[in-house]
Ligand binder design. Structure first.
Ligand SMILES: [Zn+2]
Length: 278
C-alpha cells in the first residue's frame, strides 16, 4: 500500500490556490482537510446564519476541485473571530445568534456528506467578558450540533494551556460530545497532557513538533495551517511541510506512529475511511 500522508488543517485562498495541493502531492501528501476561512475572505458580510451558505457552497466547490489532485475533505468553519467582525456592526448577541445558526447549517452539510466536520472555538485574542461568554456559548452549541450528527469539531482557540483545554473538554462533556471528537487545531506536541485532557491534538508541524509528539505517544494528528494568503506567502507553514515531517517519522523508525497519525487516528476522529488514492 502506498504511504498515506494527511494534513489535518489547511486553507486555500488567493496565493497558490490549487497549486499548493500539487506541491503537497509532489512532496508525498495524499490526504488533506481543507477548512473554510473567515467571511471577510469571501467578501461576504453575513447578516443571518443563512448567509454562510454562500461561503460553504464556495468552499465545497473548491474541495471538489481539490479532489482531482489529492483526496480532500471539507471542514466548514464558523470562525470564532466572526463574533468580533459581526458583533461590531450587529451587536454581539446578534452575532452569536448568527454563528449558531450558521453552525447548524454547517451540520446539515455534514449530514448530507458534503463536508466531514465543522469548526468553531473561541477567540485567541483578548475580548470583553461578554464576548468571551457568548463565544463559549457558541462553541458549546457547535458541540451539540456535532453530537447530534456524530461528527468532529475542529476548534480554534487561545494558545494551549492545560487549564484552558480542560475547561473546553468540560464544555464538550456538558454538550454530550465525546472529547476525542474535539480536535484542537494548532496544538503543541503535548500528547500526554492531551490524553489526560481528552481533546484530540492536531499538532502544528513546525519546530521539531512532530518528532517531539511521536516521542510522547501516537494520539495526535498533524497540520500546517497553510493559509495561502499572498500577503503572508509561507504562513503558517508551507504545503510541503507535513509530507516532509511524516517522511522524517518513517526515517527515524516511527512508521507505526506515522501510520496511526495519518490513517487510523483520522478514521477514528472523523468516522471516515482513509483509502489509497491510487
Ligand atoms: Zn487555520
Amino acid at each position: 500500500m502506498e504511504r498515506i500522508i494527511t494534513d489535518n488543517h489547511m486553507h486555500l485562498y488567493n496565493h497558490l490556490k490549487l497549486r499548493a495541493l500539487k506541491q503537497f502531492r509532489d512532496a508525498g501528501g495524499t490526504h488533506v482537510f481543507l477548512v473554510s476561512l473567515l467571511s471577510t475572505h469571501y467578501e461576504v458580510f453575513p447578516k443571518k446564519g443563512e448567509d454562510f451558505k454562500v461561503i460553504f457552497d464556495k468552499h465545497i466547490k473548491l474541495v471538489e476541485r481539490a479532489n482531482e489532485i489529492v483526496r480532500a475533505f471539507a471542514v466548514l468553519a464558523v470562525h470564532p473571530a466572526e463574533i468580533t467582525i459581526l458583533g461590531e456592526k450587529l451587536g454581539y448577541t446578534k452575532a452569536a445568534e448568527i454563528m449558531k445558526d450558521a453552525l447548524e447549517i454547517a451540520g446539515k452539510y455534514v449530514e448530507k456528506g458534503k463536508a466531514v466536520a465543522i469548526k468553531s472555538g473561541r477567540p485567541h485574542y483578548r475580548v470583553s467578558k461578554e464576548v468571551w461568554n457568548l463565544s463559549n456559548e457558541v462553541m458549546e452549541y457547535a458541540f451539540s450540533v456535532a453530537k447530534q450528527i456524530g461528527c468532529a469539531v475542529q476548534i480554534h482557540t487561545e494558545s494551549y494551556s492545560f487549564r484552558g483545554m480542560k475547561e473546553i473538554a468540560g464544555i464538550a462533556k456538558k454538550a454530550g460530545l465525546r472529547q476525542d471528537k474535539v480536535v484542537k487545531h494548532f496544538s503543541p506536541p503535548a500528547v500526554k497532557e492531551f490524553e489526560e485532557i481528552g481533546l484530540f491534538p492536531s499538532v502544528i508541524a513546525g519546530n521539531g513538533n512532530v518528532i517531539n509528539a511521536a516521542e510522547e505517544g501516537d494520539r495526535f494528528l498533524v497540520e500546517t495551517d497553510y493559509i495561502d494568503d499572498k500577503n503572508r506567502p509561507g504562513a503558517i507553514l508551507g504545503p510541503k511541510t507535513v509530507p516532509k515531517r511524516i517522511k522524517e517519522l518513517y526515517e527515524k523508525g516511527y512508521e507505526d506512529i506515522a501510520r496511526k497519525v495519518c490513517v487510523e487516528n483520522i478514521e477514528k476522529v472523523y468516522g471516515i475511511e482513509i483509502t489509497d488514492t491510487e
